[in-house]
Design a binder for this molecule. Sequence first.
Ligand SMILES: NC(=O)c1ccc[n+]([C@@H]2O[C@H](COP(=O)([O-])OP(=O)(O)OC[C@H]3O[C@@H](n4cnc5c(N)ncnc54)[C@H](OP(=O)(O)O)[C@@H]3O)[C@@H](O)[C@H]2O)c1
Length: 307
Amino acid sequence: MTVRALVVDPSASAAVRLAEVPDPVPGPGQVLVDVSHASLNYGDLNDARSGRIPVGAVLGSDAAGVVVRAAADGTGPAVGTRVVALTAGAFAERVAIDVGALAEVPKGLEPAQAAALPVAGVAALRSLRAAGLGPDKRVLVTGASGGVGRFAVQLAAQAGAHVIASVGSAARGEGLTEAGADEVLIGLEGLHRPVDVVIDSVGGSQLVAAWNLLAPGGSVQSVGWTSGEPAVFAPYATVGPAKTLTSFVIEGEAGADLAVLTQLAAEGLLRVEIGWQGSWDHFDEAAEALRGRRVFGKAVMALGTPL
Ligand SMILES: NC(=O)c1ccc[n+]([C@@H]2O[C@H](COP(=O)([O-])OP(=O)(O)OC[C@H]3O[C@@H](n4cnc5c(N)ncnc54)[C@H](OP(=O)(O)O)[C@@H]3O)[C@@H](O)[C@H]2O)c1
């Protein structure tokens, strides 16, 4: 038996193609999930070309669907439960998923919205936690128009922080004030007062400028590097009162954090902005839109159209 999946293929235009792969065989602590929706992350585009995911392997990390076989060890959700997961090889019609990597989708949350949460939502939640949030903090979010950025703006605002959202153009700032940003800036133009926390998705010269704005005791979380530019620090830029630049990556199982995020979304406290939605047949279009900075928030694919 086989299922359809988006697999890495460097000869394809977006380095990905639809293919038949073997039906997954779940381990004892895994459920089988029929995936209805999956979201595309900037990291997937890098993974498809970087060699980190082998040629022929299934791409993707974010999936939502329905459990069709419970875990053999008796843990996790029952058959018929709607779930969302952060798991390797998410872009397949059927995926075997560790029970610790998923959360139940609460009533009131659509599967497309749930599918948008894992990588971007967990990165935003954990990087803010790592930086240390608080009501008196000034938080700068770069790449605020994107997946991680929009969630980070909302979560920081909910914690009572003063949130400064940095975007590439005025148009890309749409909706961020409503999401909770106190200031929306193009680049870091006009920002002169120090900030306590930076959630940085852009890297390059913006990371350097953000570092220079960081208050003593503050923290930059280096989440991504969409600019692709090197970061050049002026001599002595890193010498002075202690402040930190911390590398960030999602590690370990995400189920508990996904439960937090899905609950917030179901209660309407975390808005899931979907800027591109379509069939996985149109993966190339979604990938191009994401790379071209035309997606407001997340790109979500519906699975299940014929090859
Ligand atoms: N470390 C981790 O565990 C982890 C987890 C999730 C994501 N990430 C990384 O975080 C980054 C953001 O991910 P995402 O899913 O939020 O991506 P996204 O939805 O594509 O958003 C990225 C944002 O970065 C900005 N951007 C894109 N190209 C740029 C450029 N050349 N110069 C300046 N800004 C640029 C865009 O904002 P404007 O159009 O407004 O400029 C865009 O909205 C990626 O590098 C991703 O790989 C890492």
